[in-house]
Design a protein around this ligand. Structure first.
Ligand code: 2YJ
Length: 279
């Protein structure tokens, strides 16, 4: 899993409004609407669950430690979505206690392996990888006016890619998946077949797969492997992977049909996942 760097997230705070407008231009929907759709709420119903909650974001020092601006950026995204969000002064367990003392109803916290949002009263929690997979699938669904009966190439069969695969299936699309580790693709295909009786296609050659798909979810941490030769005016890419998997020369060409950010859509979907599953 990619560890975000300060440079990946340092501009988010000042660009949330612009990013929201960019999403509206590309998908027809706001950040809130995409996140709501990701968790199964119909478009424009997001206001129904969007009551302002007190959310504490707690910096975690374990492992590789605090990422400069990470907690602050998560809190900014949550505030942008209407929450009363704050970052605790204290870190780790002291930070949890501080958040409780300050009447937080929801906690957000991340170490090197997991990033969760926890609703204290119900015990319900949302995982960032799962939410990110759902959020980007919802963005792609809006970009192409529905994934039903459309085939989607998912690159990367980690937690984000697998969550995206289940979401694509739920929206009626068919899944083609590529991962340099063939075994993880085969494990996902077996799980889907056992659970749903649906066959997903495991792609064995990345170049061939890229050439033959127009709808792509790039959920892998490799940069720059999608080239202009793989793209047409019909290409749409939802790219949660950091760094972006598209080479610099191809980004301008694809820009109107590309959704990519390091944190916003994942955090927004975590929040809506919590709001949709708790009172
Ligand atoms: O509290 C802090 O500042 C740090 N402990 C944050 C660590 C953030 N975690 C990561 O970057 C993980 N690799 C997970 C990121 C998930 C983004 N999709």
């Amino acid at each position: 899993m990619t560890r975000l760097k300060e440079s990946d997230i340092c501009t988010i705070n000042n660009t949330l409004e612009n990013y929201n407008l960019e999403l509206v231009m590309k998908t027809g929907h706001t950040l809130s609407e995409i996140a709501a759709h990701a968790v199964g709420l119909s478009p424009h119903k997001e206001g129904k669950v969007l009551n302002s909650h007190v959310v504490g974001v707690i910096p975690m020092t374990s492992g590789l430690g605090v990422i400069g601006g990470f907690s602050e950026t998560v809190a900014e995204i949550l505030s942008f979505l209407g929450m009363k969000a704050f970052v605790t002064q204290q870190t780790d367990v002291k930070g949890v206690a501080e958040a409780l003392d300050r009447n937080a109803e929801i906690l957000f916290m991340a170490d090197d392996d997991r990033f969760i949002g926890l609703h204290l009263k119900s015990g319900y929690y949302s995982d960032n990888c799962e939410a990110t997979g759902k959020g980007y699938t919802a963005a792609l669904d809006f970009m192409v006016e529905g994934l039903e009966e459309k085939k989607v190439l998912i690159i990367g069969a980690g937690s984000v890619g697998c969550a995206a695969a289940f979401s694509v299936l739920q929206l009626g699309g068919s899944v083609h998946i590529y991962d340099k580790n063939l075994k993880v693709c085969e494990a996902l295909a077996a799980e889907v077949y056992q659970g749903q009786g649906i066959r997903i296609i495991v792609e064995e050659d990345l170049h061939t797969a890229l050439k033959s798909h127009r709808l792509i979810i790039d959920a892998c941490p490799a940069g720059g492997f999608i080239k202009e030769e793989h793209l047409t005016t019909e290409s749409y890419i939802a790219a949660p992977g950091v760094p972006l998997g598209i080479e610099d020369e191809a980004i301008a060409y694809l820009q109107p049909r590309l959704v990519h950010d390091p944190l916003q859509l994942g955090v927004a979907t975590m929040l809506f996942d919590i709001l949709a599953n708790t009172d």
